[in-house]
Design a protein around this ligand. Structure first.
Ligand code: AMP
Ligand code: MG
Length: 421
Protein backbone atom coordinates (compact mmCIF):
# COMPACT_ATOMS: atom_id res chain seq x y z
CA UNK A 1 0.00 0.00 0.00
CA UNK A 2 1.45 3.37 -1.00
CA UNK A 3 0.68 6.87 0.26
CA UNK A 4 -1.74 9.28 -1.40
CA UNK A 5 1.26 11.45 -2.40
CA UNK A 6 3.15 8.56 -3.94
CA UNK A 7 0.09 7.38 -5.88
CA UNK A 8 -0.53 10.87 -7.25
CA UNK A 9 3.15 11.24 -8.09
CA UNK A 10 3.13 7.98 -10.04
CA UNK A 11 -0.01 8.98 -11.90
CA UNK A 12 1.16 12.48 -12.82
CA UNK A 13 4.57 11.16 -13.86
CA UNK A 14 2.78 9.00 -16.45
CA UNK A 15 0.12 11.41 -17.71
CA UNK A 16 1.94 13.69 -20.15
CA UNK A 17 0.10 16.37 -22.06
CA UNK A 18 -2.01 15.18 -24.96
CA UNK A 19 -1.31 16.88 -28.30
CA UNK A 20 -2.67 20.38 -28.87
CA UNK A 21 -5.47 21.25 -31.25
CA UNK A 22 -6.87 24.48 -32.64
CA UNK A 23 -10.35 25.64 -31.66
CA UNK A 24 -12.47 28.68 -32.41
CA UNK A 25 -13.72 31.21 -29.89
CA UNK A 26 -16.97 29.31 -29.40
CA UNK A 27 -15.13 26.23 -28.12
CA UNK A 28 -12.36 27.92 -26.15
CA UNK A 29 -14.01 28.28 -22.73
CA UNK A 30 -12.82 25.67 -20.27
CA UNK A 31 -10.04 24.51 -22.54
CA UNK A 32 -6.39 24.67 -21.48
CA UNK A 33 -4.22 27.08 -23.44
CA UNK A 34 -1.20 25.57 -25.12
CA UNK A 35 0.17 28.84 -26.43
CA UNK A 36 0.82 32.24 -24.90
CA UNK A 37 -1.53 34.97 -26.05
CA UNK A 38 -0.20 38.43 -26.86
CA UNK A 39 -1.74 41.83 -27.49
CA UNK A 40 -1.89 42.66 -31.21
CA UNK A 41 -2.44 46.38 -30.41
CA UNK A 42 -2.45 48.81 -27.54
CA UNK A 43 -5.51 48.70 -25.28
CA UNK A 44 -7.20 50.98 -25.44
CA UNK A 45 -5.94 51.63 -28.99
CA UNK A 46 -6.59 55.38 -28.56
CA UNK A 47 -7.06 57.86 -25.72
CA UNK A 48 -10.57 56.78 -24.72
CA UNK A 49 -13.29 58.76 -23.03
CA UNK A 50 -14.63 56.91 -19.98
CA UNK A 51 -17.84 58.98 -19.93
CA UNK A 52 -20.60 60.47 -22.04
CA UNK A 53 -19.78 64.16 -21.99
CA UNK A 54 -17.17 66.49 -23.43
CA UNK A 55 -13.52 66.18 -24.29
CA UNK A 56 -11.69 69.23 -22.92
CA UNK A 57 -8.34 70.74 -22.12
CA UNK A 58 -8.16 70.53 -18.34
CA UNK A 59 -6.31 73.84 -18.16
CA UNK A 60 -9.30 75.63 -19.73
CA UNK A 61 -11.58 74.60 -16.86
CA UNK A 62 -9.59 75.76 -13.82
CA UNK A 63 -12.37 77.11 -11.58
CA UNK A 64 -15.05 76.46 -14.25
CA UNK A 65 -15.52 77.59 -17.80
CA UNK A 66 -17.57 78.02 -20.94
CA UNK A 67 -16.27 76.19 -23.99
CA UNK A 68 -17.29 76.22 -27.66
CA UNK A 69 -18.40 72.77 -28.85
CA UNK A 70 -16.59 72.14 -32.15
CA UNK A 71 -17.21 68.43 -32.80
CA UNK A 72 -19.38 65.47 -31.85
CA UNK A 73 -17.58 62.12 -31.59
CA UNK A 74 -19.59 58.90 -31.28
CA UNK A 75 -17.80 55.68 -30.28
CA UNK A 76 -16.26 54.17 -33.41
CA UNK A 77 -15.56 57.51 -35.09
CA UNK A 78 -12.29 59.41 -35.33
CA UNK A 79 -12.43 63.10 -34.33
CA UNK A 80 -12.58 65.44 -37.33
CA UNK A 81 -10.80 68.44 -35.79
CA UNK A 82 -8.18 68.95 -33.10
CA UNK A 83 -9.23 70.84 -30.00
CA UNK A 84 -7.99 74.39 -29.57
CA UNK A 85 -7.98 76.51 -26.39
CA UNK A 86 -11.49 77.33 -25.21
CA UNK A 87 -12.99 74.45 -27.18
CA UNK A 88 -14.72 71.17 -26.34
CA UNK A 89 -15.97 68.18 -28.33
CA UNK A 90 -19.02 66.16 -27.38
CA UNK A 91 -17.83 62.58 -26.80
CA UNK A 92 -19.61 59.33 -26.05
CA UNK A 93 -18.23 56.63 -23.75
CA UNK A 94 -15.58 54.69 -25.65
CA UNK A 95 -14.95 57.44 -28.20
CA UNK A 96 -11.43 58.59 -29.05
CA UNK A 97 -10.37 61.96 -27.67
CA UNK A 98 -9.45 64.56 -30.27
CA UNK A 99 -5.90 65.81 -30.44
CA UNK A 100 -5.40 68.66 -27.99
CA UNK A 101 -7.84 67.25 -25.43
CA UNK A 102 -6.45 65.74 -22.24
CA UNK A 103 -9.56 65.10 -20.11
CA UNK A 104 -13.28 64.46 -20.28
CA UNK A 105 -16.14 65.85 -18.22
CA UNK A 106 -19.48 64.18 -17.57
CA UNK A 107 -22.54 65.47 -19.37
CA UNK A 108 -24.39 65.39 -16.01
CA UNK A 109 -22.02 68.06 -14.67
CA UNK A 110 -22.66 70.48 -17.57
CA UNK A 111 -25.36 72.59 -19.16
CA UNK A 112 -25.55 73.21 -22.86
CA UNK A 113 -26.03 76.75 -24.11
CA UNK A 114 -26.32 76.66 -27.88
CA UNK A 115 -22.85 76.07 -29.33
CA UNK A 116 -21.36 76.32 -25.85
CA UNK A 117 -21.07 74.02 -22.88
CA UNK A 118 -20.86 75.39 -19.34
CA UNK A 119 -19.01 73.55 -16.58
CA UNK A 120 -19.90 73.02 -13.83
CA UNK A 121 -23.67 73.13 -14.14
CA UNK A 122 -25.22 75.52 -11.57
CA UNK A 123 -25.56 73.79 -8.21
CA UNK A 124 -23.03 71.07 -9.10
CA UNK A 125 -19.61 70.76 -7.48
CA UNK A 126 -17.82 68.05 -9.42
CA UNK A 127 -14.19 67.26 -8.59
CA UNK A 128 -11.59 69.43 -10.30
CA UNK A 129 -10.65 68.48 -13.84
CA UNK A 130 -6.98 67.50 -14.24
CA UNK A 131 -5.13 66.15 -17.27
CA UNK A 132 -6.16 62.48 -17.57
CA UNK A 133 -9.48 62.90 -15.74
CA UNK A 134 -12.06 60.37 -17.00
CA UNK A 135 -9.79 59.32 -19.83
CA UNK A 136 -8.04 56.00 -20.29
CA UNK A 137 -4.79 56.74 -22.09
CA UNK A 138 -3.79 54.71 -25.12
CA UNK A 139 -1.98 51.56 -23.95
CA UNK A 140 -2.81 52.18 -20.27
CA UNK A 141 -4.42 48.75 -19.95
CA UNK A 142 -2.22 46.74 -22.29
CA UNK A 143 0.78 47.58 -24.44
CA UNK A 144 0.99 46.00 -27.87
CA UNK A 145 3.07 42.83 -27.74
CA UNK A 146 2.47 42.23 -24.03
CA UNK A 147 1.78 38.67 -22.88
CA UNK A 148 -1.82 38.48 -21.67
CA UNK A 149 -2.46 34.78 -21.07
CA UNK A 150 -0.03 31.97 -20.58
CA UNK A 151 0.04 28.39 -21.82
CA UNK A 152 -1.16 26.02 -19.10
CA UNK A 153 -4.14 28.04 -17.86
CA UNK A 154 -7.80 27.29 -18.41
CA UNK A 155 -9.70 29.77 -20.55
CA UNK A 156 -12.44 31.54 -18.55
CA UNK A 157 -15.41 33.33 -20.11
CA UNK A 158 -13.54 36.62 -19.59
CA UNK A 159 -10.55 34.96 -21.23
CA UNK A 160 -12.72 34.31 -24.28
CA UNK A 161 -13.56 38.01 -24.25
CA UNK A 162 -9.85 38.81 -24.15
CA UNK A 163 -9.09 36.43 -27.02
CA UNK A 164 -11.81 38.18 -29.01
CA UNK A 165 -10.38 41.58 -28.09
CA UNK A 166 -6.97 40.74 -29.51
CA UNK A 167 -8.44 39.06 -32.59
CA UNK A 168 -7.30 35.58 -31.55
CA UNK A 169 -10.19 33.71 -33.14
CA UNK A 170 -8.29 30.42 -33.44
CA UNK A 171 -6.33 29.27 -30.42
CA UNK A 172 -4.17 26.28 -29.56
CA UNK A 173 -5.55 24.25 -26.65
CA UNK A 174 -4.86 20.84 -25.19
CA UNK A 175 -6.89 18.06 -26.69
CA UNK A 176 -9.47 16.86 -24.20
CA UNK A 177 -9.09 13.27 -23.10
CA UNK A 178 -11.92 11.13 -24.46
CA UNK A 179 -13.29 9.24 -21.54
CA UNK A 180 -15.15 5.94 -21.26
CA UNK A 181 -16.93 4.83 -18.09
CA UNK A 182 -18.50 1.60 -16.95
CA UNK A 183 -19.35 0.04 -13.63
CA UNK A 184 -19.19 -3.59 -12.60
CA UNK A 185 -21.21 -5.86 -10.36
CA UNK A 186 -23.73 -8.68 -10.65
CA UNK A 187 -25.96 -6.76 -8.25
CA UNK A 188 -26.33 -3.74 -10.57
CA UNK A 189 -29.45 -2.83 -12.49
CA UNK A 190 -30.22 0.13 -14.70
CA UNK A 191 -31.61 3.11 -12.75
CA UNK A 192 -34.86 2.84 -14.68
CA UNK A 193 -35.52 -0.55 -13.04
CA UNK A 194 -38.75 0.00 -11.14
CA UNK A 195 -38.57 -2.88 -8.70
CA UNK A 196 -35.02 -4.11 -8.16
CA UNK A 197 -34.95 -7.42 -6.30
CA UNK A 198 -34.00 -7.08 -2.64
CA UNK A 199 -30.33 -7.90 -3.28
CA UNK A 200 -30.07 -5.70 -6.36
CA UNK A 201 -29.14 -2.02 -6.49
CA UNK A 202 -29.37 0.58 -9.22
CA UNK A 203 -26.10 1.53 -10.89
CA UNK A 204 -25.10 4.92 -9.51
CA UNK A 205 -21.40 4.98 -10.33
CA UNK A 206 -21.32 4.98 -14.12
CA UNK A 207 -23.80 7.85 -14.13
CA UNK A 208 -21.99 9.74 -11.38
CA UNK A 209 -18.53 9.48 -12.93
CA UNK A 210 -19.88 10.25 -16.41
CA UNK A 211 -21.62 13.34 -15.01
CA UNK A 212 -18.43 14.44 -13.25
CA UNK A 213 -16.41 14.07 -16.45
CA UNK A 214 -19.02 15.98 -18.42
CA UNK A 215 -18.92 18.74 -15.82
CA UNK A 216 -15.17 18.88 -16.52
CA UNK A 217 -16.01 19.45 -20.19
CA UNK A 218 -14.84 16.05 -21.37
CA UNK A 219 -16.44 13.94 -24.09
CA UNK A 220 -17.77 10.84 -22.35
CA UNK A 221 -18.93 7.44 -23.50
CA UNK A 222 -20.90 5.66 -20.79
CA UNK A 223 -20.82 1.95 -21.38
CA UNK A 224 -23.29 0.99 -18.65
CA UNK A 225 -22.38 -1.88 -16.35
CA UNK A 226 -20.69 -5.24 -16.72
CA UNK A 227 -21.34 -8.43 -14.79
CA UNK A 228 -18.74 -9.90 -12.45
CA UNK A 229 -17.71 -12.27 -15.20
CA UNK A 230 -14.21 -12.24 -16.73
CA UNK A 231 -15.51 -12.64 -20.29
CA UNK A 232 -18.07 -9.86 -20.00
CA UNK A 233 -15.56 -7.62 -18.21
CA UNK A 234 -12.95 -8.24 -20.90
CA UNK A 235 -15.36 -7.36 -23.71
CA UNK A 236 -16.51 -4.14 -22.00
CA UNK A 237 -12.91 -3.23 -21.16
CA UNK A 238 -11.90 -3.71 -24.80
CA UNK A 239 -14.63 -1.28 -25.85
CA UNK A 240 -13.57 1.19 -23.15
CA UNK A 241 -9.92 1.19 -24.22
CA UNK A 242 -10.82 2.99 -27.45
CA UNK A 243 -10.48 6.45 -25.84
CA UNK A 244 -7.74 8.13 -23.79
CA UNK A 245 -8.98 7.31 -20.32
CA UNK A 246 -11.13 4.49 -18.97
CA UNK A 247 -12.95 4.51 -15.65
CA UNK A 248 -14.14 1.22 -14.22
CA UNK A 249 -15.91 1.13 -10.88
CA UNK A 250 -16.10 -1.85 -8.58
CA UNK A 251 -14.42 -5.21 -8.71
CA UNK A 252 -11.03 -4.02 -7.45
CA UNK A 253 -11.32 -5.23 -3.83
CA UNK A 254 -10.36 -8.59 -2.37
CA UNK A 255 -13.74 -10.21 -3.00
CA UNK A 256 -14.26 -13.57 -4.60
CA UNK A 257 -15.70 -11.89 -7.74
CA UNK A 258 -13.34 -8.94 -8.05
CA UNK A 259 -11.93 -9.70 -11.49
CA UNK A 260 -11.03 -6.22 -12.74
CA UNK A 261 -7.29 -6.36 -12.07
CA UNK A 262 -6.61 -9.68 -13.83
CA UNK A 263 -8.85 -8.63 -16.72
CA UNK A 264 -6.93 -5.36 -17.10
CA UNK A 265 -3.58 -7.16 -17.09
CA UNK A 266 -4.91 -9.61 -19.64
CA UNK A 267 -5.88 -6.61 -21.81
CA UNK A 268 -2.28 -5.35 -21.69
CA UNK A 269 -2.78 -2.71 -18.99
CA UNK A 270 0.28 -2.30 -16.78
CA UNK A 271 -0.85 -1.63 -13.21
CA UNK A 272 1.17 1.09 -11.47
CA UNK A 273 -1.02 1.61 -8.41
CA UNK A 274 -3.04 -1.21 -6.81
CA UNK A 275 -3.76 0.03 -3.27
CA UNK A 276 -3.44 3.41 -1.56
CA UNK A 277 -3.46 4.51 2.08
CA UNK A 278 -6.64 6.50 1.61
CA UNK A 279 -10.02 6.25 3.37
CA UNK A 280 -12.32 5.61 1.67
CA UNK A 281 -10.87 4.15 -1.52
CA UNK A 282 -7.98 1.88 -0.51
CA UNK A 283 -8.41 -0.60 -3.44
CA UNK A 284 -7.94 2.18 -6.05
CA UNK A 285 -6.12 1.00 -9.18
CA UNK A 286 -4.26 2.94 -11.87
CA UNK A 287 -2.65 1.50 -14.95
CA UNK A 288 -1.61 2.28 -18.51
CA UNK A 289 -2.09 0.40 -21.72
CA UNK A 290 1.01 1.59 -23.56
CA UNK A 291 1.06 2.02 -27.30
CA UNK A 292 1.25 4.76 -29.90
CA UNK A 293 -1.75 6.22 -28.09
CA UNK A 294 -1.58 5.28 -24.41
CA UNK A 295 -4.80 4.66 -22.50
CA UNK A 296 -4.98 5.60 -18.82
CA UNK A 297 -7.11 3.24 -16.76
CA UNK A 298 -8.60 4.08 -13.37
CA UNK A 299 -10.12 1.28 -11.33
CA UNK A 300 -12.30 3.06 -8.80
CA UNK A 301 -13.66 1.11 -5.83
CA UNK A 302 -17.35 0.29 -6.15
CA UNK A 303 -18.62 2.05 -3.08
CA UNK A 304 -19.93 5.32 -4.49
CA UNK A 305 -18.19 7.53 -1.92
CA UNK A 306 -14.91 5.69 -2.58
CA UNK A 307 -15.42 6.05 -6.33
CA UNK A 308 -16.05 9.78 -6.07
CA UNK A 309 -13.21 10.36 -3.60
CA UNK A 310 -10.58 8.51 -5.62
CA UNK A 311 -11.82 10.21 -8.78
CA UNK A 312 -11.32 13.64 -7.22
CA UNK A 313 -8.00 12.87 -5.56
CA UNK A 314 -6.30 10.92 -8.37
CA UNK A 315 -8.20 11.12 -11.65
CA UNK A 316 -9.15 14.77 -11.73
CA UNK A 317 -5.51 15.99 -11.52
CA UNK A 318 -4.55 13.48 -14.21
CA UNK A 319 -7.30 14.69 -16.54
CA UNK A 320 -6.09 18.26 -16.00
CA UNK A 321 -2.48 17.25 -16.61
CA UNK A 322 -3.41 15.54 -19.88
CA UNK A 323 -4.88 18.81 -21.11
CA UNK A 324 -1.76 20.73 -20.12
CA UNK A 325 -2.72 22.45 -16.85
CA UNK A 326 0.54 23.81 -15.47
CA UNK A 327 -0.06 22.68 -11.88
CA UNK A 328 -2.77 20.01 -11.79
CA UNK A 329 -2.59 19.37 -8.04
CA UNK A 330 -5.90 20.49 -6.53
CA UNK A 331 -5.93 23.41 -4.09
CA UNK A 332 -6.25 22.55 -0.41
CA UNK A 333 -7.89 25.54 1.27
CA UNK A 334 -8.11 25.63 5.06
CA UNK A 335 -11.58 25.38 6.56
CA UNK A 336 -12.73 25.78 10.18
CA UNK A 337 -14.57 22.69 11.42
CA UNK A 338 -18.02 23.21 12.91
CA UNK A 339 -17.94 19.68 14.36
CA UNK A 340 -15.12 17.23 15.10
CA UNK A 341 -13.94 14.66 12.56
CA UNK A 342 -12.10 11.44 13.26
CA UNK A 343 -9.77 9.06 11.52
CA UNK A 344 -8.97 5.49 12.41
CA UNK A 345 -5.50 5.63 10.79
CA UNK A 346 -3.09 4.80 9.30
CA UNK A 347 -4.72 6.03 6.08
CA UNK A 348 -5.46 9.61 5.00
CA UNK A 349 -9.19 10.26 5.39
CA UNK A 350 -11.36 12.34 3.07
CA UNK A 351 -14.70 13.11 4.71
CA UNK A 352 -17.74 14.66 3.03
CA UNK A 353 -18.49 18.15 4.29
CA UNK A 354 -20.42 21.26 3.40
CA UNK A 355 -18.21 24.34 3.26
CA UNK A 356 -19.71 27.80 3.49
CA UNK A 357 -18.51 31.32 4.08
CA UNK A 358 -19.19 32.50 7.63
CA UNK A 359 -20.10 36.06 8.59
CA UNK A 360 -16.46 36.90 9.37
CA UNK A 361 -15.47 35.77 5.86
CA UNK A 362 -13.71 32.54 6.83
CA UNK A 363 -14.55 29.16 5.36
CA UNK A 364 -16.41 26.85 7.71
CA UNK A 365 -16.99 23.14 7.18
CA UNK A 366 -19.98 21.20 8.45
CA UNK A 367 -19.02 17.52 8.35
CA UNK A 368 -21.89 15.51 6.89
CA UNK A 369 -23.24 12.61 8.90
CA UNK A 370 -22.32 9.54 6.88
CA UNK A 371 -22.52 5.79 7.28
CA UNK A 372 -19.25 5.49 5.38
CA UNK A 373 -18.11 4.67 1.90
CA UNK A 374 -21.47 3.32 0.72
CA UNK A 375 -23.41 6.41 1.75
CA UNK A 376 -24.12 8.17 -1.52
CA UNK A 377 -26.88 10.15 0.17
CA UNK A 378 -24.20 11.78 2.33
CA UNK A 379 -21.65 12.49 -0.38
CA UNK A 380 -24.34 13.87 -2.69
CA UNK A 381 -24.71 16.71 -0.16
CA UNK A 382 -21.00 17.46 0.01
CA UNK A 383 -19.19 20.33 -1.66
CA UNK A 384 -15.80 19.43 -0.16
CA UNK A 385 -13.84 16.59 1.34
CA UNK A 386 -12.23 17.42 4.67
CA UNK A 387 -8.79 15.84 4.94
CA UNK A 388 -7.61 14.14 8.12
CA UNK A 389 -3.88 13.28 8.01
CA UNK A 390 -2.66 9.70 8.28
CA UNK A 391 -1.20 10.19 11.75
CA UNK A 392 -4.11 12.13 13.26
CA UNK A 393 -6.86 10.47 15.25
CA UNK A 394 -9.10 13.36 14.42
CA UNK A 395 -9.49 17.11 14.35
CA UNK A 396 -11.54 18.89 17.03
CA UNK A 397 -14.39 21.32 16.37
CA UNK A 398 -13.11 24.86 15.90
CA UNK A 399 -9.75 23.74 14.51
CA UNK A 400 -8.65 24.18 10.91
CA UNK A 401 -8.40 21.38 8.39
CA UNK A 402 -7.42 21.14 4.75
CA UNK A 403 -10.23 20.47 2.32
CA UNK A 404 -10.43 19.34 -1.25
CA UNK A 405 -13.12 21.36 -3.06
CA UNK A 406 -15.90 19.57 -4.91
CA UNK A 407 -18.34 21.19 -7.36
CA UNK A 408 -20.40 23.85 -5.56
CA UNK A 409 -17.53 24.92 -3.27
CA UNK A 410 -18.12 27.06 -1.25
CA UNK A 411 -21.72 27.84 -0.35
CA UNK A 412 -22.74 31.46 -0.31
CA UNK A 413 -23.37 31.34 3.43
CA UNK A 414 -22.67 29.11 6.41
CA UNK A 415 -26.37 28.40 6.89
CA UNK A 416 -26.48 24.97 5.27
CA UNK A 417 -28.66 22.28 6.80
CA UNK A 418 -28.84 18.56 6.17
CA UNK A 419 -32.19 17.76 4.51
CA UNK A 420 -32.14 14.26 6.00
CA UNK A 421 -32.61 15.57 9.52
P1 AMP B 1 -17.06 -3.61 -5.09
O1 AMP B 1 -16.00 -2.56 -5.13
O2 AMP B 1 -17.40 -4.15 -6.42
O3 AMP B 1 -16.71 -4.66 -4.09
O4 AMP B 1 -18.36 -2.89 -4.54
C1 AMP B 1 -18.36 -2.32 -3.25
C2 AMP B 1 -19.73 -1.87 -2.87
O5 AMP B 1 -20.16 -0.85 -3.75
C3 AMP B 1 -20.81 -2.92 -2.94
O6 AMP B 1 -21.71 -2.72 -1.85
C4 AMP B 1 -21.48 -2.66 -4.25
O7 AMP B 1 -22.80 -3.12 -4.28
C5 AMP B 1 -21.41 -1.17 -4.34
N1 AMP B 1 -21.40 -0.76 -5.73
C6 AMP B 1 -20.59 -1.26 -6.67
N2 AMP B 1 -20.83 -0.71 -7.86
C7 AMP B 1 -21.83 0.19 -7.68
C8 AMP B 1 -22.51 1.07 -8.54
N3 AMP B 1 -22.22 1.14 -9.83
N4 AMP B 1 -23.49 1.84 -8.02
C9 AMP B 1 -23.77 1.76 -6.70
N5 AMP B 1 -23.15 0.96 -5.84
C10 AMP B 1 -22.19 0.15 -6.32
MG1 MG C 1 -18.51 -5.63 -7.08
Amino acid sequence: MISVEEALRRILARTPRLPAETVGLGEARGRVLREDVFADRDLPPFHRSAVDGYAVRAACLAGGGRLRVVDQIPAGTMPRVPLGPGEAAAVMTGAPLPEGADAAIMVEDTVRDGDFVVWPAPGKTPPAVAPGSRVTARGAEVVRGAKLLEAGVRVSPAGVGLLATVGKVRVEVGRRPRVAVFSTGDELRHPRTERPRPAQIRDANSHMIAARCRALGLPVRRLGFAADDPGHLAATTAAGLAGDALFITGGVSMGRYDYVEPVLEEAGVRLLVTAVAIRPGKPFVFGIREGSRPVFVFGLPGNPVSALTTFEVFARPALDALQGIADPRPPRPLVRLLAPVSNRGPRRAFLPARVGVSDDGTLTAQPIRSQGSGDIAAVALANALVIVPEDAEGIPAGASAEAQPLPGFPDAGAGWHDPRR
